[in-house]
Design a protein around this ligand. Structure first.
Ligand code: NI
Length: 175
């Protein structure tokens, strides 16, 4: 396992539509391990392969209230409802923004064992993370949903420290 360098806003790999994984082999399993390690190192709740420079449809998610999981070739089965969330991204560090996301999200994909699995989020961080990470593999960033870049809020370092101390619902999580 290894922590791989994160890619940041401006890197073209974040804007590419990532390729489907044709088959799960050791290199994919190693990629998933490294994605988890990189995500935990950065204290994120989700990560997509393009964020470490790999243009493949692989995502990992670990929200505080759930178990960690990886999905290969994830796709939406259903999305419904609208809600406002404050979101952040490991590839856009130091910022957050208020955007609209779905309330209910159902995604299917392959587990690392090659089984078809469905993951369901409803009005929670999991629903948000599923949309955020699948956006990543389609070359979309949450900032694309802002009316303008002026709407991006800078997180002050002090505020960020406080945010790490308390766990407030409205705080942006990085994905
Ligand atoms: Ni992100």
């Amino acid at each position: 396992m290894a922590i791989r360098p994160l890619r940041f806003l401006g890197d073209p790999v974040l804007r590419q539509k990532a390729k489907r994984v044709p088959g799960i082999d050791d290199s994919i399993l190693e990629l998933i391990d490294d994605m988890f390690e990189t995500m935990y190192d950065s204290e994120g709740v989700g990560l997509a392969a393009p964020q470490i420079g790999i243009s493949l449809r692989v995502i990992v998610i670990h929200v505080p209230e759930g178990e960690p999981f990886a999905l290969i070739n994830p796709e939406f089965v259903k999305r419904s409802g609208q809600r406002t969330v404050v979101e952040g991204c490991l590839s856009v560090p130091g910022y957050r923004g208020e955007i609209t996301r779905s309330v209910n999200v159902v995604v299917k994909g392959l587990s690392p064992e090659g089984k078809v699995v469905r993951v369901r989020g409803s009005n929670d961080l999991l629903a948000e993370a599923l949309e955020h990470e699948i956006d990543h593999i389609n070359g979309t960033l949450y900032i694309d949903y802002l009316e303008s870049m002026d709407k991006l809020q800078k997180i002050e370092p002090k505020e960020q420290e406080e945010a790490e101390g308390e766990e407030e619902e409205e705080l942006a999580t990085e994905q």
